[in-house]
Design a binder for this molecule. Structure first.
Ligand SMILES: [Zn+2]
Ligand SMILES: [Zn+2]
Ligand SMILES: [Zn+2]
Length: 109
């Protein structure tokens, strides 16, 4: 990859950095067995799963961060007023439509 975009590397939340699925023991699909995920900066902990990479039971990966536990946020951001930063829709248990589950939105100019 020749992109100069800055990325940071974080421990993969889905496998706790082991590179192996916690449920099946096969290679972790989220980090492809590397144990780490590279996230475009500025990276923040996923609000929807609180950084654990899962929603509901152990088997279900977080739909917001894909299981890695981290997401890219706007550089100039503020807490999402719709969900109050939780990333959850108030009505039903789906990611907030205002922030797509990240809990933050780009600050309005
Ligand atoms: Zn992993
Ligand atoms: Zn998540
Ligand atoms: Zn929100």
């Amino acid at each position: 990859m020749s992109s100069s975009n800055s990325r940071s590397v974080f421990i993969c939340a889905a496998c706790h950095g082991s590179g192996r699925s916690l449920t099946t023991g096969v290679e972790c699909a989220v980090c492809r067995g590397r144990g780490v995920v590279a996230i475009q900066e500025p990276a923040i902990r996923c609000a929807y799963c609180k950084g654990v990479g899962r929603q509901g039971g152990l088997a279900e990966l977080c739909g917001v961060c894909g299981g890695g536990g981290w997401v890219t946020a706007p550089a100039d951001r503020e807490t999402c007023s719709r969900c109050g930063g939780t990333g959850h829709s108030l009505e039903i248990d789906i990611p907030c439509v205002g922030c797509r589950g990240t809990g933050v939105v780009a600050r309005k100019k």
